[in-house]
Ligand binder design. Structure first.
Ligand code: ADP
Length: 189
């Protein structure tokens, strides 16, 4: 079973590319950000805990996120996996390794969408106008970039060391053109 991590900074296009990929492949898909936003909307205990953290642009605790991922993977163990927004810390990456090992699923492979920070900022501010996400304002976006640099960028190095990392240009070209490159990689994984 394939374990694919779609990786990239906020605004890199993980959600957009995931939607295109899912039309073509039968992946069990999880976006940790989407789940958290749904929990906030429901007003659940988890949602209440996560809301302030997300609106500040910080990361939700590894324990909460790993718990979420663990149940999702266990429930979908017969399928290929597409992970969006996870892992975001080296701790989460290590926990994922452990989960995959326990379930005999083989190694995870990372595909990063590479996009320049200025372009990311423009995209997120534009998305704010369309989707109205509370964390898409300039102050919170800056903090999300800080968190990415401080905690998430190291996740790419973690997978580079295992030779489980590929990156593609996520900046130039239409979403469809970028998806062609991504699909090509997925076929070979
Ligand atoms: P983006 O990639 O555009 O920042 P996401 O929807 O993936 O958007 O995530 C939104 C917010 O949800 C993050 O800023 C963070 O607070 C929280 N979050 C999502 N995934 C994780 C994760 N794996 N670990 C910790 N926090 C997370």
């Amino acid at each position: 079973m394939r374990n694919v991590i779609l990786f990239g900074a906020p605004g890199a296009g993980k959600g957009t590319q995931s939607a295109i990929i899912r039309e073509k492949f039968d992946f069990a898909y999880i976006s940790t950000g989407e789940i958290l936003r749904a929990e906030i909307k429901k007003g659940s205990e988890l949602g209440k805990q996560a809301e302030q953290i997300i609106n500040r642009g910080e990361l939700v605790s590894d324990e909460i996120i790993v718990g979420m991922i663990k149940s999702f993977i266990s429930e979908n163990n017969s399928k290929d996996l597409l992970l969006d927004g996870f892992p975001r810390t080296v701790k989460q990456a290590e926990a994922l390794d452990e989960i995959l090992k326990t379930l005999n699923r083989g190694e995870a492979k990372v595909v990063e969408l590479e996009v320049n920070k200025d372009v990311l900022m423009q995209r997120l501010l534009k998305r704010a106008e369309i989707e109205g996400r509370k964390d898409d304002n300039e102050t919170t976006i800056r903090e999300r970039f800080n968190q990415y640099d401080a905690k998430t960028a190291a996740v790419a190095d973690y997978y580079k060391k295992k030779n489980s990392y590929i990156s593609i240009d996520g900046e130039h070209g239409t979403p469809e053109e970028i998806s062609v490159k991504l699909i090509d990689i997925l076929k070979k994984l």
